[in-house]
Design a protein around this ligand. Sequence first.
Ligand code: PLP
Ligand code: ZN
Length: 419
Amino acid sequence: MSATSSSIALLPLTARPLRCRNCGAERGPAPVAICELCLGPLDPVYDAGRALPDAETIRRRAPSLWRYKEWLPFDGDPVWSLDTGFTPLVEAPALARRLGVARVWVKNDTVSHPSLSFKDRVVAAAINAAAAFGLETIGCASTGNLANAVAAHAARAGLKAWIFIPEELEQGKIIGTSVYGARLVRVRGTYDDVNRLCAQVADHFGWGIVNVNLRGYYGEGSKTVAYEIAEQLGWRLPTAVVAPMAGGSLLTKLRKGFGEFLDAGLIHGQPPRLYGAQAAGCAPIVRLLERGGSALEPEVPRTICRSLAIGNPADGLFAARAMHETGGWGAAVSDAELVQGVRLLAEDVGVFGETAAGVTAAGALALARAGRLRADDEVVLCITGHGLKTLEAVLDAVPEAPVIAPRLRDLIPLVEERS
Ligand SMILES: *Cc1c(COP(=O)(O)O)cnc(C)c1O
Ligand SMILES: [Zn+2]
């Protein structure tokens, strides 16, 4: 390629039309939350005849999630958040030994740009939908990381942000939102109460609430985790993927993403078995999977893993199906186990993840112990948020550091004692 991207005229950005996941009804591109006919969720419709890039073309593109733009719900060129995505895939041999499998990698979204969680991906998609629709205010209902991401992406784009969270969240999530100048509102209630309020907010003010009336576009950002895993493994598939579940969107979209790359002929073989992890204090999707059937029973969350504390998950049924139909399973871990999971990930891999990362690591361990992972498995763990955001969770789980005078003779006994 001789031309650089800056010398190519940008094509105006438009959003793709939408189709109901339940009844199949189609409608034009718009900031709408649900199907007008059956209240089902909406997904973007792609042009099946569009030109798709080959692996070599993708490899030459900038290292962001927009290298897969043909699978993102727009025509033309994205205007904001061009630098999100393409986080490291880190091999973790010590963790592989601990799990008793052939190989393990960590998909490290703790270093996602710009807000240190995988929510940068969905917001990169949603904020471009807001641009396509000419919206000047965006917002969200959030358990923390989405709040951070919406605030950061809106600040860079010069948009106003209104952000709604449950009253009690970790300091890192609250300060990590307010610092960007976003309007942050703490709501007395659970995430599900906040989410209901946000449906009314979207209608009343006409704002783009990223996970309500921009949700169809927002969700597609999660697929890029699957694309990146496939590309970073050298255009091949792992045998199993373990991911945390809140609303169940990431897990559902992992399946869609792997499926699309298989359909495009970019990778071959069996889709990976998908495993979802939740905290036992809020595990409605894991319990639905274990029970069978299609009736999700909402829960009132009781866990320190606030980022995954969604008692009535919007994509819960689809996530349970994705786990079941790919031959995977679910794991629910206690708060004590998830704290151990955070430690294990830090000590084995050198990655400091938040509580959801602890759920994923502890979930993988539980699945291995239950015989769900095999000796020849190649497993990817989706580590979705940074540990500095949830320091409260590990405060009492790490040893206190000794304090000494600046004298070698004070240090020597310490070294002898701790070696
Ligand atoms: C939001 C979130 C997830 C997954 O959310 P879904 O709603 O299931 O897509 C996973 N990990 C972290 C840290 C999150 O903030
Ligand atoms: Zn419908």
